[in-house]
Design a protein around this ligand. Structure first.
Ligand code: NA7
Length: 536
């Protein structure tokens, strides 16, 4: 009716990372009035914020790009099998140029709240400066590893030297030359930056709490001929992404470890360990991540490799995880990470043995010693999966708070929608299939765009997940997570971050079935014209 207020935009997108860029393109294609709000000063999301030295893809570049943009597939040249951050950032800018996405984007705008307005039926979004924006539909492209967390160590704010979280790395070059540098953490990020710091710094002290099982990346450049072959193979690559369990280039291992002799296994593992990328992790014997005995065998192989590569026996033992097996956390991919510890300027401090008691103005004090530092690098990770949601005050119908809705773990329908939060869609929110993240994004955004197109064409202005759908989906996700060894270990994949008060306990936050099964279920809902939702 005439007197109902009308929103400024058809669609508002939070975030200009891969999700936001693709969603923006789809909305522009539909001729909808769209706005993208981004906290950073440009596009890229993960590839904008994480600009620390050594940051790069650890999935093959040509499997970690988008497949919807045929022209870009033809025109874009990857220079390395695992592209560095700055190349990936340029790739995303290239897409924005190509599809004229910049015109819909607004940067340096951090969204703080999104409240559903029942009168008129739209979202009212406010940024940090309290400026407001209204839109019929809301798409979150806020990332699953985008809310960085500092360690909860006394005195972190007292440190007077240079200090950086890896995900808030400055745009200007940081020099390690002649400096005593400390790195806290040994996750995928730390494992990329440590060899870079080790090369240049006067000294590097690595503060490790839980060791991780890392394997070699084996990166190499791509020449002109190689890129031609990669282009020719794109259809085949896409087919692999669409059929493999985790949407990686690497197929699912389907052979049984028990069909092989110890010598045959050893030869297979030697071969796989020398291959680039995630193959050793995801294309291994089918029992390695499910069966404790098989997992112990593969873990022993990787432990042996670490012992061979790290000369100092004490350091090698400390770098080998003892409390959980290989592959049960996200496996960091490394380039000379283990060799860095063979340099005379690098040492490991085991925080399980000698914890940090406090950070001081010029040093880190452990229970045993005081270590003087010029620079402290926090490679301490993120409030993952739900962190970016927790940072925004989302309120749905009847003032429902998302934070309350999810206080015992996320509850979603298809990982794409939430009850009481009408007209809101999440790209790679909780309960979605992760693995190859750009592939997950491409699917999620495609699903959302088709849904919005359908609603638009049918004059439907309201869509909300139903209680039953949310209950069934959440149960389904929990069932899939049962019996997985990886769900018995603390990591960001199980929603644990010891630095965050509400994240001390393991939860099932991701869809751990096969990505093709996830997509099939979402397709069924779309094919049935979204009748599983409440539509008005
Ligand atoms: P991760 O993998 O969550 O790693 C964070 C690291 O920081 C990990 O080693 C943590 O040890 C360590 N950490 C965190 N807080 C502390 C405190 N308070 N004291 C000591 N050590 C601490 O984050 P990344 O950025 O490396 O990688 C995230 C993902 O991004 C990665 O998996 C890829 O998918 C891309 P802990 O294990 O908690 O003992």
């Amino acid at each position: 009716s005439l007197e109902l207020p009308q929103p400024d935009y058809d669609v508002l997108i939070i975030g200009a990372g891969l999700s936001g860029c693709y969603a923006c393109h789809r909305m522009q294609q539909l001729n909808l009035k769209v706005k993208v709000l981004e906290a950073g000063s440009s596009v890229g999301g993960t590839w904008y914020w994480n600009r620390y030295p050594g940051c790069r893809f650890d999935c093959e570049s040509y499997s970690y790009n988008f497949f919807w943009c045929k022209e870009v597939l033809d025109e874009w040249t990857w220079s390395e099998h695992f592209a560095p951050q700055e190349e990936t950032e340029r790739y995303i800018q290239f897409i924005c140029n190509k599809y004229d996405l910049w015109k819909s984007m607004q940067f340096d705008t951090r969204v703080k709240s999104a409240h559903w307005q029942s009168e008129g039926g739209f979202w009212r979004i406010a940024d940090e400066t309290k400026r407001e924006y209204t839109a019929r539909f809301l798409i979150t492209g806020i990332g699953l590893l985008s809310d960085p967390t500092l360690p909860n160590i006394i005195g972190v704010e007292d440190f007077k030297g240079e200090a950086f979280h890896t995900s808030r790395w400055p745009r200007q070059k940081v020099s390690f030359e002649g400096k005593n540098v400390g790195v806290i953490g040994v996750g995928a990020t730390a494992i990329q930056i440590i060899p870079e710091v080790a090369k240049a710094a006067k000294s590097l002290t690595v503060f490790q709490r839980t060791p991780n099982w890392a394997i070699p990346l084996h990166n190499s450049p791509i020449d002109e001929e190689g890129m031609k072959e990669i282009r020719a193979a794109y259809p085949e690559t896409l087919n692999k992404i669409n059929t493999n369990r985790l949407s990686f280039l690497h197929g699912d291992g389907d052979e049984s470890i028990w069909d092989y002799t110890p010598e045959e296994r050893e030869a297979f593992w030697e071969y796989m360990y020398a291959q680039p990328g995630f193959g050793f992790w995801v294309s291994n014997y089918k029992e390695t991540l499910k069966d404790r005995e098989a997992n112990a065998l593969v873990s022993e192989f990787v432990a042996k490799k670490i012992r061979q590569r790290v000369h100092d026996a004490w350091t090698a033992e400390k770098l080998i995880p003892k409390t959980y097996g290989f592959g049960l956390r996200r496996v960091p991919m490394e380039t000379n990470f283990y060799e860095a510890f063979n340099r005379p300027n690098v040492r490991l401090v085991d925080l399980l043995e000698t914890p940090i008691t406090r950070v001081k103005e010029k040093s880190v004090q452990t229970s045993q010693e005081n270590i003087e530092l010029d620079m402290l690098i926090y490679a301490t990770g993120f409030s993952a999966i739900t962190g970016a949601f927790d940072a925004i005050d989302f309120r749905g119908t009847n003032n429902h708070r998302l934070l309350d809705e999810w206080k015992d773990g996320p509850r979603t329908y298809l990982g794409l929608t939430v009850q009481h939060f009408p007209n809101m869609f999440m790209s790679i929110g909780p309960h979605q299939a992760y693995g190859n993240i750009p592939a997950s994004i491409e699917y999620a955004v495609g699903w959302i765009a088709e849904c919005i197109e359908f609603l638009h064409n049918h004059n439907i202005s309201y869509i909300e997940a139903k209680e039953e759908g949310v209950r069934n989906w959440t149960e389904h996700v929990h069932e899939l997570g049962q019996g997985l060894l990886s769900n018995e270990v603390d990591s960001w994949l199980t929603g644990v971050n010891k630095n965050v008060a509400g994240k001390q306990k393991r939860i099932i936050a991701r869809y751990s079935g096969a990505a093709p099964d996830f997509r099939r279920q979402c397709n069924v809902v779309a094919d049935a014209k979204y009748v599983a939702f409440e539509l008005r």
